[in-house]
Design a protein around this ligand. Structure first.
Ligand code: GDP
Ligand code: IMO
Ligand code: MG
Length: 428
């Protein structure tokens, strides 16, 4: 294998950061291809917890190249603060270990303003976004009025581009009761950050093509999860990018045939932050217990994550849509103290059974999960790194999931720490 794609198979926070960190040991290049600093990827290295939002997780390792691809929306301020945060941890980010695509789309402060204003106005029907301006930035990209990183090279031409954005945003700002913005303030803002960001800029599709020709090992790091995908997620309660593995090609400029091995990261139960349907959500003390043991608080926003049982129907669906080859199962240890564990194996709608999650919001609201009960293992699996040390019932749980979703589980994670992981196959 020369290229591996990592994606989340649920609603994000499956433990992608930990798995990418582990796999990046064998990779030459680690690449982000969509999303932005709405992501929160947690690594635990030598007892130190590191939280990354925008930088590829491989940045923490020495002598690895990381790339932020064109499919990402990049907030320059967020990038600068993350670089400063890492520098305090003695991790240097330089043009030696980070390159950013020339054609990456920039998030401006006005995108965040609009994100927050919309959410406030929506009240109860809000999406529950991370408030980082991700959606508005992607909207401007599709509407062909974005500022791209390369535009900072020719700052004299920027006012014209900014006036195109402001023609649109000032109308909206007025309607939302926000102060109008003048072009000069944005030009000044971009001039301020220009010298800090431009040194990282590169023609990254060409760089990746070179890597391919040299048989370098490339690891693509997805953000969010497939159920937050703009096309196949639980729309409208989704993020504004394609989170599917195919996006690794489009969001970086490599051909789809170059993606060798696609790994879906899957939590041993289910969580979700923000609004939207969640068939197996638990509103009782079991849900609370999952949240407590799993420490289910948002990495980015600190919000409490909603918790529920493993939904095998939704995971099977995301696998079929996206072409995932194998699964990395995380947070198995969180289930250690549950005597009964449920797996959702189907849905009932108005007395009819179905084996997929429908797009119709009306049908979604009627979905009732059908569960299969599984005996817990009631033993400590935290830190186990040999499959033979897993209890029988834990192995049965894994087997049941594999049978249902139709692809193998090849990686098992048993704690937040880098070293607590079981590999059943060489990945690179
Ligand atoms: P990501 O967004 O997919 O990278 O996931 P997050 O980092 O937002 O959330 C996953 C959380 O679970 C983090 O706090 C991780 O440190 C933690 N974690 C990852 N794998 C495991 C595991 O196998 N067991 C336990 N108990 N925690 C884990
Ligand atoms: P990682 O990479 C979990 C959710 C938000 C909200 C919806 C839209 O850490 O798994 P946005 O700000 O993207 O417009 O919000 O998507 N969301 C995430 N949930 N993990 C994430 O990233 C998420 N990124 C966005 O909570 O429901
Ligand atoms: Mg996260």
């Amino acid at each position: 294998m020369t290229s591996v794609v990592i994606v989340g198979t649920q609603w994000g926070d499956e433990g992608k950061g930990k798995i990418v960190d582990s796999l990046s040991q064998d990779a030459d290049v680690i690449v982000r291809f969509q999303g932005g600093h709405n992501a929160g990827h947690t690594l635990v290295v030598d007892g130190q917890t590191i939280k990354l939002s925008l930088l590829p997780s491989g940045i923490v390792r020495k002598n690895k190249l990381t790339i932020i691809g064109n499919g990402v929306v990049l907030d320059p301020q967020a990038l600068i603060s993350e670089i400063n945060y890492l520098s305090k941890l003695n991790i240097a980010v330089t043009s030696e270990n980070l390159r950013i695509a020339e054609n990456v789309t920039l998030i401006l402060p006005l995108h965040k303003d609009l994100d927050l204003a919309r959410e406030k106005q929506a009240g109860k029907s809000k999406i529950g976004t991370t408030g980082r301006g991700i959606g508005p930035a992607y909207e401007d990209k599709v509407a062909r009025r974005s500022i791209k990183l390369i535009d900072l090279e020719d700052i004299n031409k920027i006012p014209e581009k900014i006036s195109r954005i402001l023609d649109h945003h000032n109308i909206l700002r007025k309607a939302f009761g926000l102060t109008e913005i003048c072009a000069d303030s944005i030009v000044d803002y971009l001039k301020d950050i220009q010298s800090q960001i431009l040194p990282f800029m590169d023609n990254t599709w060409r760089l990746l093509n070179e890597m391919r020709l040299k048989d370098k090992k490339v690891l693509f790091e997805g953000a969010q999860g497939l159920l937050l995908d703009i096309d196949f997620g639980t729309y409208p309660f989704v993020t504004s990018s394609n989170t599917l593995p195919a996006q690794a090609a489009i969001g970086t400029g490599v051909g789809p045939k170059y993606l060798d091995n696609i790994i879906g990261i899957t939590k041993a139960y289910t969580t979700r932050v923000g609004s939207g349907p969640f068939p197996t959500e638990l509103f009782d003390e079991i849900g609370e217990k999952l949240g407590d043991i799993g420490k289910e608080f948002g990495t980015v926003t600190g919000r409490e994550r909603r918790c529920g049982w493993f939904d095998a129907v939704l995971v099977r669906q995301t696998i079929q849509i996206s072409g995932i080859d194998m699964i990395a199962l995380t947070k198995l240890d969180v289930l250690d103290t549950f005597d009964k564990i449920m797996i959702c194996i189907g849905y009932e709608i108005d007395g009819q059974q179905i084996d997929y999650f429908p797009f119709s919001e009306n049908m979604q609201s009627k979905v009732k999960p059908i569960y299969e009960e599984h005996n817990g293992w009631l033993a400590d699996t935290s830190g186990v790194n040999d499959i033979n040390d897993l209890p029988y019932n834990a192995l049965q749980y894994i087997k049941k999931i594999e049978e249902f979703i139709g692809i193998p589980i090849k990686i098992i994670s048993t704690s937040p720490k880098r070293e607590d992981i079981i590999f059943l196959e060489n990945i690179f």
